[in-house]
Design a protein around this ligand. Structure first.
Ligand code: FAQ
Length: 352
């Protein structure tokens, strides 16, 4: 006998339907000792070569792969890896700014920050939903994050020391996220690409609110201007690391680009971010902490100094300044709220 349990909380369904990627998040469970023979009975014999050719042709034509389409196992695994890491980044990324919610300097700033942090939660939900369309289980992904078996963006292991950090995260971190994620709106996997469209619109608002906060502080006192400069000094290099290792040391890029998951290499996007950001820094009146930063007149692009790749390796391996704290907090959120999951699952079971 085969029963069905709901494998996710209602929010996942809401998020999935919002981004048009609704697939029922149900897991088939064999509740008897009998072997589950449905799979072999339902499926006609398939010609893997023809399926692979059809997949390749879809990618070559720039069309989308959808969850029910056949896909190579490597493509599915790569997508789950990247989308899960992306989702984890959005959720862990709520913490550094969330730390300032109770200390925002005015009601207006608090309302803006609250809306932003809630947006990041929404992004995480869209992304977990996209991963679920590939057969991943959300609870399992969360466990992998907490146990250090899946990554989240290096940037969120750094602490937010002053309120200027909130502005700098909006300007630089959301700015880097936009550079990275706008091309993902054309990613070959439909649910991921569609989720990115809404995410990018919201990131764009986030970047503007950060820049507006910094502009306000720069028009303020010497102390406020010093706070902004200090925050820029601390966040500039970690923002450049968000784009990942250099192309020469990026094991996943070539295949991900061949599959149309990534559209540009890590270095290309990093350069685009620098070119976009330097004029914004000049307008703001801050100095970027890189004495080698200079405009190459021949290419119209900015040259920049060497990135400390050892730092990125250390942070990615769990050695970031707040790595332990970030994961511990996520673990506590999972454990403290387990009763909600259990209640919702039981409710769904009774009504299925
Ligand atoms: N941090 O071969 P590659 C945001 C890992 S969302 C940690 O180059 P790939 C919004 C990489 O996963 C920010 N790990 O890998 C927000 C791989 O590990 P694995 C997140 C990193 O996938 C704003 C290994 O190193 N955005 O900011 C990092 O081709 C404000 C080798 O690297 C996304 O996730 C790193 N920086 O390229 C929220 C965008 N870099 O799995 C709150 C989607 C690399 O082999 C507040 N993701 N690694 O063990 C991507 O575009 C890609 O996954 C890259 C990495 C570009 C991040």
């Amino acid at each position: 006998m085969v029963g069905v349990v709901i494998g996710a909380l209602p929010p996942s369904l809401c998020a999935a339907s919002l981004c048009g990627t609704l697939l029922p998040t149900v897991r088939s469970v064999n509740t008897s000792e009998e072997p589950d023979v449905r799979a072999s009975l339902d499926r006609p014999a398939v010609d893997e070569t023809a399926l692979q050719e059809q997949f390749d042709a879809t990618i070559a034509a720039g069309h989308r792969i959808e969850p029910r389409d056949w896909m190579p196992e490597g493509y599915r695994k790569t997508l789950i890896r990247q989308i899960a890491q992306h989702a984890h980044s959005e959720i862990i990324g709520m913490q550094p700014e969330g730390d300032w919610l109770l200390a925002a300097p005015s009601l207006r700033r608090k309302a803006i920050l609250l809306a932003k942090v809630q947006d990041e939660a929404g992004h995480g939900l869209y992304l977990y939903s996209a991963a679920e369309t590939l057969g991943a289980d959300r609870a399992d992904l969360t466990d992998k994050l907490i146990e250090g078996r899946q990554k989240y963006s290096s940037i969120f292991t750094y602490p937010t020391l002053t309120y200027a950090d909130v502005g700098v995260i909006g300007w630089l971190v959301d700015g880097a996220a936009i550079c990275n994620q706008v091309p993902l709106c054309r990613s070959s996997f439909g649910p991921y690409a569609r989720a990115m469209i809404r995410v990018c619109k919201e990131e764009s608002f986030h970047q503007r609110q950060g820049y507006e906060l910094l502009m306000t502080m720069m028009r303020g006192t010497d102390e406020q201007r010093a706070m902004v400069q200090d925050a820029v000094d601390r966040w500039w290099w970690p923002s450049l690391m968000m784009f990942g290792p250099p192309d020469t040391d990026s094991p996943n890029s070539a295949q991900s680009m061949a599959w149309g998951i990534k559209r540009h290499s890590n270095d290309e996007l990093r350069q685009r971010f620098v070119d976009m950001t330097v004029p914004q820094a000049e307008f703001l009146g801050v100095t970027l902490p890189d004495p080698e930063l200079s405009l190459d007149a021949a290419t119209g692009r900015y040259r920049f100094g060497a990135i400390d790749w050892d730092e990125l390796t250390r942070v990615i391996s769990g050695g970031g300044p707040c790595s332990v704290e970030r994961t511990a907090r996520r673990r506590a959120a999972r454990d403290d709220n387990a009763w909600v999951t259990e209640a919702a699952t039981e409710y769904a079971r009774k009504h299925s």
